[in-house]
Design a protein around this ligand. Structure first.
Ligand code: FAD
Length: 455
């Protein structure tokens, strides 16, 4: 028989339990038909960097399946059953999607498939969201106990890459959508081989400095795997089983494992609280006063364009526009500036990030924003307001990161690079004055948080 393997966020052939299940269902004489569906509700609403990266991953996957991968456009609840019928597939295989939209979509597809079973095997996470719970079955709300239970829960070892898959060939395919023109945005190459290369170069060179590198945006000390993990070009199981063989630097291995645990944690929070994609988890802060009007919009435009006059904020926003990526430390700084200095709703900043990030992921992004805004489960306390100048001095002491992204500041001495208005030579030509007085906006933010809590 034929089995249909519908790829979504699992664009690889190595360590792919749903692929093995599809081969198993097909049996020794059957074949597997690989499919990807361009769904307007997901692909159509993704920002340009994600669409381009995904298309790149799909080109790689098509080559890896010897051209067997077929594309369809439209609502999966219509397209998947139609193709299953066309090729006489006995089963449809997927990796479980626990996202807000994915769950509803898969229920609709399952209903529409009727007698043909939709078989879910594996997920993009080490532990499928919803499975790590307290002993009374309720979800964890705080990261540290979650991560402890998550480690105790454990996960299977990586699944082998099948040697020889019998793909169902010559099924007519539709064309993929056109590649978005991104005008100079520098994206990583998509696909499984590129993911493996990125992982190996991190593991062999930067892993042993990760504990510091993850906090110094100028050093490129992190793995840059987020987009690959997002689209499943590599599974975190592969990473952890590889790390288990590393003998040096246990503190770096532990730190890296913790970051993957954050990824699982936020997916778990979203699974239990799908409303947290839009609403604050902490409802107490839901009604906080935000800024509106033309002057406020001008400041938002300055933030979006990397022209706030605060060097580390501007460098971060220019990194976002130039490479569709921002270092984690700087994501926190620019998000804090947006919420607490510009008094904007975190949801608006999160939407902007989703349009521009190549690794944009609803769970990690929205909960990252909620962490900064102080509204999340395991959030930074709402009264903690990042000072963009001291953060810059602490995490980019020589100004390497700022100078890379803000060329106007290249010749400013390190002492003044985070507060160029103090430089004896004055502000460099073309670089703006600060758009706000941070000390003042900090007080405004704290007053508004206090008012929201007191209501
Ligand atoms: P590394 O430091 O090498 O970490 C390895 C992997 O661990 C990452 O690829 C990622 O999958 C995971 N990870 C690391 N830190 C976190 C974290 N804080 N939360 C969840 N997972 C983490 N990450 C996304 O993947 N997509 C997003 O849309 C996203 N938006 C964010 C928004 C804000 C406001 C903040 C503060 C963080 C956001 N993050 C997001 C988390 C983090 O910034 C990125 O995962 C990380 O910078 C990616 O770079 P890397 O692969 O080099 O990370």
């Amino acid at each position: 028989p034929t089995s249909l393997l519908w790829f979504r966020r699992d664009l690889r052939l190595t360590d792919h339990p749903a692929l093995l299940a599809a081969i198993d269902s097909a049996g020794p004489d059957g074949a597997v038909l690989p499919l990807f569906v361009f769904d307007d509700r997901l692909f159509g609403t993704s920002g340009g960097p994600r669409r381009r990266f995904l298309l790149d991953c799909l080109a790689d996957l098509r080559a890896a399946t010897d051209g067997a991968l077929v594309f369809r456009h439209g609502d999966p609840a219509r397209v998947v059953p139609a193709l299953a019928e066309e090729v006489g597939a006995g089963t449809v295989h997927v990796s479980t999607d626990t996202g807000v939209y994915g769950r509803q979509r898969d229920e609709a597809v399952e209903r529409a498939l009727g007698d043909v079973p939709l078989v879910c095997t594996g997920s993009p996470y080490l532990v499928t969201p919803g499975r790590v719970t307290k002993s009374d079955g309720t979800p964890f709300k705080v990261f540290t106990p979650f991560s402890r239970a998550w480690r105790e829960h454990g996960w299977r070892g990586p699944a082998p890459r099948p040697d020889d898959v019998r793909w169902l060939r010559d099924v007519p395919t539709e064309d993929p959508p056109p590649t978005p023109d991104l005008d100079g945005v520098d994206l990583p190459a998509g696909g499984e081989a590129a993911a493996m290369d990125a992982w190996r170069s991190f593991r062999d060179v930067r892993l042993l400095g990760y504990d510091e590198g993850r906090n110094t945006p100028g050093s490129d000390g992190t793995s840059r795997l987020s987009a690959y993990l997002k689209y499943g070009c590599i599974h975190p199981r592969t990473l952890l089983s590889d790390l288990a063989t590393v003998e040096d630097g246990p503190e770096h291995v532990k730190r890296y494992t913790d970051e993957l645990a954050w990824r699982d944690f936020y997916a778990d929070v979203l699974w239990h609280r799908p409303d947290s994609a839009r609403e604050p988890l902490n409802r107490e802060l839901a009604g906080i006063e935000v800024d509106t009007g033309p002057a406020s919009e001008a400041r938002v435009r300055a933030w979006e364009g990397g022209r706030t006059g605060f060097p580390i904020v501007d460098a971060g926003m220019r990194q976002l526009r130039g490479s569709a990526y921002v270092h984690n430390r700087v994501r926190m700084i620019v998000a804090s500036f947006f919420v607490k200095d510009l008094h904007q709703p975190w949801q608006r900043g999160a939407r902007f990030f989703m349009q521009h990030l190549v690794d944009g992921d609803l769970a990690s992004n929205n909960h990252g924003w909620q962490w900064v805004a102080g509204t999340g489960t395991d959030a930074s306390p709402y009264y903690r307001v990042f000072n963009p100048i001291t953060q810059g001095k602490k995490f980019d002491p020589d100004g390497d990161y700022v100078r890379r992204w803000v060329p106007e500041l290249r010749d400013v001495p390190a002492r003044f690079v985070h507060e160029p208005w103090l430089s004896p030579d004055g502000l460099p030509a073309g670089y703006p004055e600060p758009v706000v007085d941070h000390a003042h906006e900090r007080r405004v933010a704290l007053d508004r948080y206090a008012a929201a809590r007191g209501r």
